[in-house]
Design a protein around this ligand. Sequence first.
Ligand SMILES: [Zn+2]
Length: 394
Amino acid sequence: MSNDIITQWLNLPQVFVNNIDIVGNTTIIYLAREGSKFVCSVCKRTVEQGYDSRTQYIRDLSCFEYNTYLCLDKFRIYCPCCGVRVEELGFARVFSHCTKRFEDYIAKLCSILPVSQVASLTGLDWKTVKEIDKRYLTEKFSCPDYSSLNILAIDEISYKSGHKYLTIVLDLSKTKVVWVGQGRSKATLDKFFCEIGEGNAKNICAIATDMWDPYLASISQNAPQAKVVFDKFHVIAEYSKMIDRIRNEEYSIASESGKKVIAGSRYLLLTNEQNLGKSQKERLKELLDVNETISTAYILKDELKMLWQCGSRKEAYSFLVDWVGKAIASGNKDLCKFSKKLMHYSYGLINHAIYPINSAKLEGVNNKIKVIKRRSYGFHDLNYFILKIKQGFP
Ligand SMILES: [Zn+2]
């Protein structure tokens, strides 16, 4: 095949194919350049004279079964504006050893595969793969559009043990992550509102979130018109933690036979009954028969879930008052404490009747972020993890 055809096939500006070599499973395409003009990588000015040069191998898309490298002399030039600088090649970033199209391919692979698999598929080092993907994503998310924010969800996730959190803002109408910030304080969320600007903040009509005062303080300061909604997913998750506390307390005061029934029952209490197997259901029934406090907390959990089915705020409020009455009547201190909290935040619980935010969606997002965390946080690169979260919900 003539070099002219391969030059045409390569489709790269200002270079032509001089020679081709095959070494093992690698194809090396030797390139020469047309003319003697260079581009300064800093000011983009065209420069006539090279300063010095070095032979460089640049990885390109594979050719059949061969890893393919382009080999050419890369110049440093003397730019009248910037001094001695590296030249810019139109088809590769200044300090990269890969062509732009190969990097785009790597980034596409990284959107569907873990970095380690992309590294083994392409024969690149995982650090190189990660850096390529990170650069691609940084560029992709560099100009966010906040103009159509309307219904949001604000959530926190822990990214490291020792109370390291990220605040995640989700556009619920598009299920898109619009912003991620470090921490979960009022100042963290204030940064989000500062970034979107007052005009966009005014368009927000509802925000689903946790009963977490720092967020609530920031919302009431920056988007006072937005109705706060405490969604089922977050409230029930908190209730489940309380059931687990009750279970531990009951275990510590139980008789030997009671301890046997309570031991190892965490999963039974926290899983929806319809997802339990036959023998698990039997064990759960035995536990609920034996321990009245656990049984009451368990039954009240199912009842509480009905709160989010109320069709009006009035109906929701009277349901809540009724439920709280039952919880307090149990006499259990954890249930009483939880009830007080629900009454304190009742405004956001009953707002669900006017903004019925999809709790399954929030739970799905939360689970997906956990998967992304497992995949990408192994690199201990928080910024990369944040970019991968944004990519997960485009
Ligand atoms: Zn220059």
